[in-house]
Design a protein. Sequence first.
Length: 260
Amino acid sequence: MITLNRVTRIFNSRDGDEITALEDVSLEIRDNEFVTLVGPSGCGKSTLLRIVAGLILPTAGTASIGGQPITEPRSETGIVFQAPTLLPWASVLDNVLLPLRMMRRMDSGSADKAAALLKLVGLSGFEGKSPRELSGGMQQRVAICRALVHEPDILLMDEPFGALDALTREEMTMELLRIWGERPKTVLFVTHSITEAVVLADRVVVMSPRPGRIAEIIGISSPRPRSFHVEGDPVFHEASRRIRQLIFGNRHVDPGRAAA
């Protein structure tokens, strides 16, 4: 579904220096696979996601979806950012319908489709509310509905739960797994949380410090459906231990803090 072949991305700073965010990154993501990206701040996780989204282009190497080069945002991709970025003057329903309006794909069944998504995430009855009337977790559910309303094959998520409190974050993680189970998509999910990365993923891609490279790809064989009870699974512990080792080296790290 998604192929990155020796992707490098260099940015120019204001003072003229070159900053290499990604270097020689190669990755293949299969249809309906859930892949998480984890690594230290500044390692290029979000840059890689934006390349897949078509928001920026690689400086070198190639990125493609289904064998077609990614040169601009594509209709088969939905994106969820850390902030919900909802239109404050629009209703919940109108916020969800925004991609269809922008793509000029509105039809007689669009409102029903959006309402069905809101029901899927537990927001039935909130269609006419404004974003300011919703909690942070509820707003992010609306953002997920907005990313799904045009039925994309690929869902890109950039720290979507990073601004939420711990309890809401855990709830949203489980909610995402439920939605993905009911409506499978190819998911690329950026996170700083090791626990979140392992609970969600089929594979965890661990990035090195800048310039970002793939340090290792770790398969997660814990059976699905999952919950945070998987933390007691030896597979979870071994994967988490290895990710911490790759990110922090041999320094002593408190597991609770490393997973936060």
